[in-house]
Design a protein around this ligand. Structure first.
Ligand code: PLP
Length: 492
């Protein structure tokens, strides 16, 4: 009788160690030299496709040594490196090296954190991670939640919960009154909300985009007035979304006032803190988040400002029973709940996923590695560097500093053109868009953009523990140097 299959897929223990040691050594070297690489190679998709080769599925197998060598070469030499000290685009952090090791460990044990019985210790670690995240941002530890893939999923999970709790979703799905429900959010809200109302109901017409004030915060008077108008028209206001660090400028809404409006009209109060929420742990900035303890739900992304490798998002809910009321189901073949006791969480009942990976481990390891004070220091430094960038842009005669909140600075290149003439806004928008593309293409630094009051701005978001003051000075230098060059070409 056969007692061993010896399958090719099962690399034996000695070979596994050899491959692993080699790979870790190479990763160590890659990390040690990351500063001297380009942020991105700027290669076109066509070039990359050609580099990869337009092969059909291989018929037979290849050696792991060769495959890993190729994968390493492709990724190290042809990727955009968000771990580079001059990567400031969108909101993707430098990933914590310990988090990467945690991901490897999680993949090897491979617990399915959908059910307690399938992931006994991983479930407890996820539970502790959720509690620590609540402590980090200063809400009560009775908040419960779940780790998800990122900000969109965290916000969707909260949104669906609000729909259920506020009666837009009946036990069996939609409500016949669904179209009467309304949702309120500042104009700065991330695009997830549009997907949510369209994909989950009640539809795009239900969304009330509320204007923002000069500081890019929701106009709370306008918010209350709009809610009242809807009530007078027999609409059913359901939820208000406050943003704690808007994606373009980092502005934090007045959460305290939103909380009191939500209380007055019995509305669900959701805070999208996917980016900015960790700054509540920084004592100089915690006042910005006053009111957060009233939130019914909060999105916070460890893969943004807690430096977890992708993917890690999290939703926290004031009454965790609301999650199970929304997502729980009990198919007959799930023999999960028996004798698990109150600590035996089945996470499939807390969100949309069924089988779930062990995302919590990389977050849990970093929370312990840094501790609360370590995060306060790192996040505080990112904020300080962003303020420095704003101040350098503000002092430079060829730059216009536009905004600075949390760790996001926006600014633009303003010339002058070689003949000394000042450009109008249309010309400046055109110039800065070209400038951004050029800088991204060249790969010395990576910025993204924000459009603020019709101005096309360069935008730097620092969620990067490798960035130093020198990098900030160099980025300003790069922008000015490239801006001048571009102007010369345009004006020639
Ligand atoms: C405020 C905010 N909400 C939600 C998201 C979406 O997050 P993700 O890209 O992780 O889905 C982002 C992304 O930048 C964001 O800044």
């Amino acid at each position: 009788m056969q007692d061993s299959r010896n399958p090719v897929i099962n690399i034996d223990s000695e070979k596994f160690k050899e491959l692993g040691h080699q790979l870790i050594d190479q990763i160590g070297d890659f990390l040690a030299g990351i500063n001297s690489r380009a942020v991105t190679t700027g290669e076109s998709p066509a070039v990359l496709k050609a580099r990869l080769g337009d092969r059909s599925l291989p018929e037979s197998g290849e050696s792991p040594d060769k495959i890993l060598a190729e994968a390493r070469e492709l990724l190290f030499n042809h990727s955009l490196l968000n771990g580079h000290p001059k990567f400031f685009g969108y909101i993707t952090s430098s990933p914590a090296p310990l988090g990467a090791l945690a991901d490897l460990l999680a993949a090897i044990v491979n617990p399915n954190v959908g059910a307690n019985i399938l992931s006994p210790m991983a479930t407890q670690i996820e539970r502790q991670t959720i509690r620590w995240l609540a402590e980090l941002i200063g809400v009560d530890i009775s908040y419960g939640g779940i780790l998800v893939s990122g900000g969109n999923m965290a916000n969707f999970t909260a949104y669906l919960t609000a729909c259920k709790v506020k009666g837009m979703r009946s036990q069996n799905g939609t409500d016949s009154q669904e179209r009467a429900f309304t949702v309120y959010c500042p104009k700065t809200t991330h695009t997830w909300i549009e997907k949510a109302v369209v994909c989950f109901g009640p539809g795009a017409e239900a969304l009330r985009w509320i204007d923002v004030n000069a500081s890019n915060q929701i106009d709370t008077q306008m918010l209350e007035q709009t809610i009242r108008e809807d009530i007078s028209k027999n609409r059913k206001p359901m939820m208000v979304i406050g943003t704690a660090g808007d994606v373009s400028t980092g502005a934090v809404d007045d959460l305290k006032v939103i909380a009191s409006i939500c209380k007055k009209y019995a509305l669900w109060f959701h805070v999208d803190g996917a980016y900015g929420m960790p700054a509540a742990a920084v004592s100089s900035h915690s006042h910005l988040f006053e009111g957060i303890r009233e939130a019914d739900s909060i999105a916070i992304d460890p893969h943004k400002w807690l430096y977890s490798p992708l993917e890690a998002g999290c939703v926290l809910v004031k009454d965790p029973n609301h999650l199970t009321e929304t997502f729980s189901s009990h198919p007959v073949y799930y023999n999960f709940n028996i004798e698990d006791g109150p600590a035996g969480i089945n996470y499939y009942e807390y969100g949309l996923q069924n089988s779930r990976g062990f995302r919590a481990l990389k977050v849990w390891t970093s929370l312990q590695h840094l501790g609360r004070s370590g995060y306060e220091k790192l996040i505080g430094e990112d904020i300080r560097l962003s303020q420095q960038m704003f101040s350098l842009a503000d002092k430079h005669p060829e730059l216009e500093a536009v905004s600075q909140n949390l760790s996001i600075t926006t600014f633009r290149y303003v010339g002058p053109v070689p003949d000394g003439r000042k450009m109008n806004d249309e010309e400046l928008n055109h110039l800065n868009e070209k400038l951004l593309n050029l800088i991204q293409q060249k790969g010395e630094a990576f910025l993204s953009n924000a459009v603020i009051k019709a101005k096309f701005c360069l935008r730097a978001c620092i969620v990067n523990f490798r960035t130093t003051e020198k990098d900030i000075q160099e980025v300003i230098h790069i922008v000015v140097r490239e801006g001048r060059e571009l102007l010369k070409i345009i004006s020639a």
